[in-house]
Design a protein around this ligand. Sequence first.
Ligand SMILES: O=C(O)c1ccc(O)c(O)c1
Ligand SMILES: [Mg+2]
Length: 624
Amino acid sequence: MRTSIATVCLSGTLEEKMRACADAGFDGIEIFEQDLLVSPSSPARIRALAGELGLSLDLYQPFRDFEGVGEDLLEANLYRAEAKFKLMNQLGVDTMLLCTNVATATVDDDEAAAAQLRRLGQLAAKYGVRIAYEALAWGRFVSDFEHAWWIVELVDLPNFGTCLDSFHILSRNWDPSGIEKIPAEKIFFVQLADAPRMSMDVLSWSRHHRVFPGEGDFDLAGFMGHLVRAGYDGPVSLEIFNDVFRQTDEVRTAVDAMRSMIWLEEQTLLHLQEADGPGGRYAMKLATLPKVDDPSGFNFTEVKAEDTAQVQELLYQLGFGYAGRHRTKPVQLWTQGQARIIINEQQARKMEPTIAALGFDVENPVAAASRAVQLKATPVLRPSQADEEVLQAVSAPDSTEIFLCEASGDGTVAWMKEFNPRTGAPDYAAGVPAAGLITHVDHVNLAQPWQHYDEAVLFYESTLSLDRQPSTEVPSPVGLVRSQVMRTEDRRIRLALNIAPLVLEHPASAPRYPQHVAFACTDLVAVARRALERGLDFLPVPANYYADLQARFRLADGFLETLQQYNLLYDRDEDGEFLHFYTATVGNVFFEVVERRAGYDGYGAPNTPVRLAAQYGRTRRGRG
Ligand SMILES: O=C(O)c1ccc(O)c(O)c1
Ligand SMILES: [Mg+2]
């Protein structure tokens, strides 16, 4: 698959954008007119730079509002077009994108529009230029791709074809299977964009909310399948108008963009193999990635901190046992059931407790790491001694290190033998056996900086094959928190990503992005009772919450009192019940313990505002 990207996707100058696209591995670019107009570089310089960078200049765009106009305006439009054809000759670009008229068209007549477009095509031919006619979803008279294709047929010139843009087709729910009826040689260009489903006018949706494939809700593998079956083999280009991408680091955005392409290429092939059977022969060659099974569990969570005392104490209070110090590194291991927490003091100067790494159980760590690196993840290199396990790891967009560990069905993990339980136990933990009420990690919640949120979703979806659930928004005292759960089908991995609201201008301003690990247990009240005995600082829950709980659920006598006594939260739905509590926050980390009853599959979402408000209240009072 030949990859391309529109310069409008990125921030920076035209030259910066071009370098970022080349470095990320794109084959070509579409030059967005505005980027050239504001550039101090001459067309000849841009052409030379593209040559130096090995980028093909695939498209010049857009040319707007040409057809369906009166004769005077037509003359002016042809004059304007000829100037652009000359410019394109200087740039060495042979295809121009023409959008359907959104503003100046007054004549709703396909034959008349085609006659005008034929004049444009004939003029373009003198300059060796091809015109790719694209239906914009808000076009004045032409807004659907089959209508645009019909007009292309009427124009009937070899250098006049169509451009298909997934956004304009899928946003309007046009049936994309019609693409297969268009002869491949008349599809001059293809633009791809994903987007979250939204109910707003389609122009605003398109100009502000497009995202890279895999970050939104469109079925782009299905869309690509129609193109591949049509026999298309030209550039597949990203055209993403997005407010965040336009203002963030272009090098990073270009890598995110490339990841989306590599992943989509694989998804397209898998889609075609499933829909058409293996052995399909298509003009477009689609590359594959190492196929890996879903991760089968959390292997470990690593908390990094300069001062480890508070984290140790919380773990002790939750019933974790101290399982030893690493034989060569300043690293402790705490375990309970299948839950393993590593506390790492290495290179942690001035660091408040933070989740620095997550280990996932995978079938084949080398293949999983190779897949991630082929998807443009940065490998993490950790020095290890000759007799230590060599662990595979890559860096997630928020810098959390993702370790791909060998799964073991029996609850032991190979690297645990590097820890010596006889050294360095804190006083209160000496000789404490893991008490065994907590069984494993239920989920991990990572707060994402707002500008890397979509990138993080695609990262986990593509590298670890986690499935995206519908995203939700939860009110906090300082704004709405967007939340997105990613999980495996068997639920052994549940990862929640949040965008923390910006609190920069707020009096309680220190921007904090607390993260948490939620442990699963079979008896929450017992875990809470033990934790209280050991002095745990529970996140307090207000009495108003319990009054509302009783009103909603009519709880059995005594149950509400028990919940309230231990600051437990409760939820119930048609699948089952959910009990949970939170610890105080230490640095950037807190813990949750959950008990799922029957088939409850959620996360206590109605309780999240209560947690956020309680955490906010404590932060303002200077407590964690
Ligand atoms: O929003 C626009 O104007 C616009 C321009 C060119 C395109 O290819 C497109 O899809 C949208
Ligand atoms: Mg487009």
